[in-house]
Design a protein around this ligand. Structure first.
Ligand SMILES: [Zn+2]
Length: 124
């Protein structure tokens, strides 16, 4: 998975011209990341966005570098209303009240649930 520091300008998809877009949750095993509690409400909203409004969906999947080898066969999944949804193929975009779009890989849900990743406060 590509790594970006949290709240850096999002230039991953340059053609989208997301001038007011910031990266959140592009984790790698090679870089430390913030850990802490994330509200169930935010997690619930991220789950809903991942299912109902996936962005930049790709044909392949990115595995989780943080999981021990063999776990989840490296592909994180979430349970959505009784169905398993594989993550790692799309982004989640969250627009703040001040019109900044926070761009995250959809495994951010897994990072929060399994690795205690904490989004920066500006992106909550
Ligand atoms: Zn993992």
């Amino acid at each position: 998975m590509t790594h970006f520091d949290d709240l850096t300008s999002c230039q991953y998809f340059e053609t989208l011209e997301l001038a007011e877009a910031k990266n959140v949750g592009w984790l790698s095993s090679l870089y430390p990341f913030a850990q802490g509690q994330v509200s169930k409400n935010l997690l619930s909203k991220l789950r809903a966005l991942a299912v109902t409004q996936p962005q930049n969906v790709c044909r392949g999947y990115h595995s989780c570098e943080l999981c021990p080898i063999g776990r989840f066969e490296h592909l994180p999944q979430i349970d959505w209303r009784g169905e398993l949804l594989t993550l790692g193929d799309a982004e989640i975009w969250v627009t703040s009240l001040d019109r900044i779009i926070y761009v995250s890989p959809n495994p951010i849900i897994h990072y929060i649930e399994e690795h205690d990743y904490s989004r920066p406060s500006a992106a909550r």
